[in-house]
Design a protein around this ligand. Structure first.
Ligand SMILES: Nc1ncnc2c1ncn2[C@@H]1O[C@H](COP(=O)(O)OP(=O)(O)OP(=O)(O)O)[C@@H](O)[C@H]1O
Ligand SMILES: [Mg+2]
Length: 248
């Protein structure tokens, strides 16, 4: 964690100092191979945007990084330590936190009850509430509302508050912007930027580049289960258009 080497100019993968590191990952579902040698390294305090079209393997990559999908070959490393095959709950306790597509909140519980669910050893409930409502005042106003009745943006805020309650080392977000109005996405990404400034490493998966551009330090394009390009977010955004138009 002390070895801060990431800069926005960094393009090539630095496996050595990475907080979260995927090396030569092959993985899939049963007999279906989806990832074909994925290389990815997220540095401390870095926002890494993994972009790609529908079905590229982005969610599967997060599944591997969070321990939910066991790679058939390749390694997962956390702070330089090999953790391939470590159960997701153990990885979560070690600081790997995933906000899944769909946000993983409990729709029939209130905001407060959702936040209470995340309190475990060492985290006090009142601290969790204080932090959540300080970061997202709107959640405080809706504290007694059922999570399922919140707007999409508020649900994402709740998911982020839950995730941050455990003080993760790396936060992974799957399609933060999905189904949300652009102004809400901007607001959420502003928070993501603050989190990165405070030293959190963040791996974000999005289908479209624009919303994540403002906060990403590095971006990568994935198609067909392979990372095709890693570069600075502006360059990658341009190339992404070509990928989506099938000109690659
Ligand atoms: N549970 C599953 N069982 C079998 N195949 C799956 C499963 N989940 C995903 N796949 C397949 O794996 C490939 C990659 O899917 P994945 O969900 O990782 O893509 P993605 O980049 O996240 O796409 P999207 O942008 O649509 O979320 C797809 O071909 C998909 O059909
Ligand atoms: Mg996905």
């Amino acid at each position: 964690m002390e070895e801060m080497v990431a800069t926005s100019e960094q393009i090539s993968l630095d496996h050595e100092h990475a907080l979260l590191d995927l090396v030569g990952i092959h993985a899939g579902y049963g007999t279906i191979d989806v990832l074909h040698g994925v290389e990815l390294a997220v540095q401390p305090g870095q926002v890494f945007a993994l972009l790609g079209p529908n079905g590229a393997g982005k969610t599967t990559t997060l599944g591997v990084a969070s321990g939910q999908i066991m790679p058939s070959t390749g390694s997962l490393l956390l702070m330089g330590k090999e953790v391939t095959g470590t159960p997701p709950a153990v990885l979560a306790r070690a600081g790997v936190c995933l906000i899944p597509e769909g946000r993983g909140i409990f729709p029939n519980l209130t905001v407060i009850e959702n936040l209470r669910m995340i309190t475990f050893a060492g985290v006090s409930f009142s601290d969790v509430l204080d932090r959540a409502f300080l970061q997202f005042p709107r959640l405080g106003e809706r504290r007694k509302q059922l999570a399922g009745t919140l707007s999409g943006g508020e649900q994402q805020m709740l998911a982020m508050s839950r995730a941050l309650a455990s003080d993760p080392a790396v936060l992974m977000l799957d399609e933060l912007s999905m189904g949300l109005a652009p102004i809400i996405v901007e607001e959420l990404y502003e928070q993501v930027g603050h989190l990165a400034e405070s030293g959190l490493s963040i791996l974000i998966v999005e289908q479209f580049a624009q919303s994540v551009l403002g906060v990403a330090d590095v971006a990568a394009i994935m198609t067909g289960g392979v990372i095709q390009r890693i570069g600075n977010p502006d360059e990658i955004a341009e190339e992404l258009t070509e990928v989506y138009l099938g000109i690659s």
